[in-house]
Design a protein. Sequence first.
Length: 399
Amino acid sequence: MLGMAPDFEYPDALPDGEARGRAAALNPGNRFVGDPKRGIVRRLHVLGEHLDQLHREGREEGAGCGGCQVETEVRPDATRRIINRVDSPDVSFNWSINPYRGCEHGCIYCYARPDHERLGYSSGLDFETKIVAKIDAPQLLRRELAHPKWKGETIVFSGVTDCYQPVEREYLITRGCLEVIADCRQPVGIITKNRLVLRDLDLLQKLAAHQAVRVGVSVTTLDNRLAAKMEPRASSPAERLETLAALRGAGIQTFAMMAPIIPGLNDREIPAVLKAVAEAGAATAGYIMLRLPHQIKTLFLDWLARHYPDRAAHVESLLREVRGGELYDPAFGVRQRGQGPIAAQINTLFMAFSGRYGLDGTLPPLSGKSFRRPVAKDNSDPPVGAMKQFALFEAAPEE
């Protein structure tokens, strides 16, 4: 791993290579496994019975796993609350909703990967293929917005995983939540990498009439080849720019995020990305430096060595320079931007071109003046858009 000393016990490689259309080719051991204080006594192996069987039988499609198709599994989440309090001082919002745990987009750099370990899975391929869906989210949201203590503060969707990841096309959980939000005129911010957000323009426009919505689109690169490797199941760069333009044309407040910036890999694209998002209609733009908490270090460095062996050592060196010699610094205020001369150069470049393209302003605050408290409905009602999925869950094997 390019000289890196892993801070956990072992990585699990997929059989003889990669899985088709997935970013991770490793399954790092769950850092909570074997910790009796957390009550976790077993480890779920990310490869699953199907891949193991193909590998044992030596079938053509399994022997060279670059051709393996690993299907996405969706499992129900029995959560009892849907609005989450956000306590991070370097994050600009206080409340979030995440309809899904895990993300089929499979972005190799995603800082949410380690959260999957809390469910007993791996932060590697499991994160991309074992999606946990909060089927009851719309009912839970209606109940929580009806609580007399709720004051109509802004809620952000996708503070962790993308609410418009591919499985949303079938499960419609985000759509169901937005129907509740539009009915209540609850202010909401959305961040996504998927053009699927345009499906819900009707609801977004209802909220826009009350200055109660803004949508951010993450544009990490304009290079299709890099995007396909780094964010294999997210919308293409061109589609994201088209999404920004369509949102702006529909009267929705829009902004762009270049998240993450990876020194030595996409930092040179900063001027071009900012020019493109400005032309697409973004009103402002921001960025986040690559974050590699926990096992993401090994996942990312393995991905880098597989796809960019000629520059892997250089990129790792630059990452260490912006992290004080380490691969990650979790300190608030530093984790989003990095530190040192290279981090300062990236910040100066980003700010300069943001100013050149008119992206250095601020959006007007969302308004909760029109918020109207809903009448809580019986939680026995089926979730919006999810009824057709119940049979799948009933047939799912027990954990």
